[in-house]
Design a protein around this ligand. Structure first.
Ligand code: SF4
Ligand code: SF3
Length: 546
């Protein structure tokens, strides 16, 4: 065994990747990610002492968010970046240790004392840093669930921070939960409660991100998005970062270079602040896992702002760039903003100018922009449709897409659902059905796309709004079913958020997470009636039955 990673839905045999990642992550990178997580746990342990004294944990919170974000699936494959982050984390941890170490009970948790620079300080023989260092399978499973949820939270929190929105309470809770995963005294019951605390923190962080996005760029609105191509050379921007989108649009204006979104940046088309640019042509391509073929056909420059980047191919290696927490060895990286100045995308723009225009792979358009403010504006129409029976049921089918064949289930469910049902979606899972012609109900499209996985909060807001309008006590009384697709850790964060809000009867697929031990899976399935997906026909029948 060279590594052990089981954090995503594509974990080998639904057990774990042990030689190299199915995602393409080499063992060395996986081990550096484990080490970074471990050192960040050390940061979190000392930051607790700062919290106890009522002192700021902002620096620790920021670094922990960036570090955990970098470890999510398909965000960063660049070992040099992880080594830098590990050193940054060690420096911060040692500074905190100097300041607060004396206040901590001894012996300190391992993560707080290990020092890479003086290995003799720690008995390294037989010592392991990664997931398998926890011997008890249920404790390991619960710690993993918390850490993976925190990775998703870190991604959402970092996006909000990039837009200038931070919440010290969120930093404190994040560090506290991370530190708790080093505590050998925590029982299974206590760790289970912390899993739900992670879900509550997810809700809070998603709300912060929602307000950061809409505060900066306005509320998404119903938009028809072109999926064809223009004649100019183009830049294809992928990932989830809206500030990169804004700065790229500004810097490309008047250059003769067009801008297209890819995968999870499709929802950028729904924002008033971005729609106004005439050289913002639309969306090109589909979900992340098709990027090899689509990046090749795009012909132009490509900018990866976050996950999901897949192993870079020669056919486009010299025209792809990364930025933010995304990274890939040998790929040019656009540095972070300094002193409040925008990033400089000149290398991307200059590269695009020497490219051919994109090859058309699709034509026509799709409709989206149904985030919570837009749906609330349509509330009367929606409520009337529910009361008259024109809408029988909503099915939340948000989440991630992925390569696994079993994901055709989600296309089949979309096709199988009767004409009086509406699909609510967010995340790249939508590419499994957003180009099917599923029609409308009284002017309301049968697929309502709220946006990115980062906008899953909108789905929660829509459910809570309907609960309020219908005067219901319990969110589970709504005519809403949940049929969620997951792949990476932001989906884990969204799932924990739904569980924390008390949502029951969620179907999850294409497989249940490998990191749930049999006992933990039993506990969650019994408490929340979380179910693995079945076959499309019977699942649709069961969902319609309520
Ligand atoms: Fe395997 Fe997923 Fe981990 Fe990649 S992220 S190594 S595919 S479990
Ligand atoms: Fe997709 Fe990677 Fe999760 Fe943002 S882009 S939802 S998988």
């Amino acid at each position: 065994m060279n590594m052990f990673c089981w954090q995503c839905q594509e974990a080998l045999k639904n057990e774990g990747c042990t030689v190299a990642g199915v995602c393409g992550k080499p063992a060395g990178t996986a081990n550096l990610q484990d080490l970074l997580t471990f050192v960040l746990k050390g940061v979190a342990v000392y930051a607790r002492a700062a919290t106890e004294r009522g002192e700021s944990v902002r620096e620790a919170g920021r670094l922990t968010m960036r570090g955990l974000f970098a470890t999510i699936t398909n965000a960063n494959f660049d070992d040099d970046r992880f080594v830098e982050l590990i050193h940054e984390a060690l420096d911060l941890r040692d500074g905190l240790a100097q300041r607060y170490g004396a206040d901590l009970p001894k012996p300190l948790p391992e993560a707080a004392t290990w020092n890479k620079r003086n290995p003799e300080e720690y008995p390294t023989e037989g010592y392991r840093v990664g997931v398998l260092a926890t011997a008890d399978e249920d404790v390991r499973s619960l710690r993993g669930t918390i850490v993976y949820g925190l990775r998703g939270i870190a991604a959402y929190g970092d996006h909000a921070a990039v837009l200038g929105r931070e919440d010290d309470e969120i930093y404190r809770s994040l560090l506290d939960l991370l530190a708790a995963t080093t505590d050998e005294d925590k029982t299974v019951d206590e760790l289970t409660a912390l899993v739900l605390d992670t879900g509550h923190l997810a809700v809070k962080t998603m709300a912060l991100l929602d307000s950061a996005n809409t505060g900066a760029y306005g509320n998404p609105e119903i938009t028809t998005v072109n999926i064809g191509v223009g004649r100019n050379p183009g830049i294809l921007i992928s990932g989830h970062d809206l500030r990169d989108m804004e700065e790229l649009l500004k810097q490309t204006e008047g250059t003769g270079v067009d801008v297209y979104t890819h995968c999870e940046l499709l929802p950028a088309n729904y924002y008033p602040a971005f729609k106004k640019y005439s050289h913002f042509v639309g969306n090109y391509g589909n979900s992340w896992w098709k990027q090899n073929k689509e990046f090749e056909a795009f012909n132009g420059a490509i900018l990866m702002t976050t996950n999901c980047i897949t192993p870079v191919q020669d056919s486009y290696r010299d025209r792809i760039f990364t930025t933010g927490m995304a990274g890939y060895p040998g790929v040019a990286h656009i540095p972070d903003r300094e002193d409040g100045r925008p990033k400089d995308f000149t290398p991307v723009i200059e590269r695009a100018k020497r490219c051919e225009s994109p090859t058309e792979i699709e034509s026509g358009s799709i409709v989206g922009g149904f985030a919570h403010a837009q749906v609330t504006a349509l509330a009367d129409q929606v409520v009337d449709a529910v009361k008259s029976g024109a809408i029988r049921r909503f099915v939340v089918m948000g989440g991630c897409d992925g390569r696994q064949r079993g994901r055709s289930y989600f296309t089949e469910v979309a096709e199988e659902l009767p004409n009086d049902t509406v699909i609510l979606t967010a995340g790249c899972a939508k590419y499994r059905y957003n180009k099917l012609n599923l029609g409308e109900i009284g002017g309301i499209p049968r697929v309502l796309d709220a946006g990115q996985c980062n906008d899953s909060y909108s789905l929660v807001m829509i459910a809570l709004k309907l609960k309020e309008i219908f005067g219901l006590e319990d969110i589970n009384e709504l005519p809403i079913s949940y049929d969620i697709a997951w792949y990476e850790q932001k989906a884990v964060c969204v799932l924990l958020a739904l569980l924390a809000l008390g949502v029951r009867n969620i179907r999850l697929g294409p497989t249940l997470p490998a990191f749930l031990s049999p006992n933990v899976a039993k506990l969650i399935t019994e408490k929340f009636n979380l179910m693995p997906i079945g076959d499309p026909k019977s699942d649709v029948a069961a969902m319609l039955a309520g």
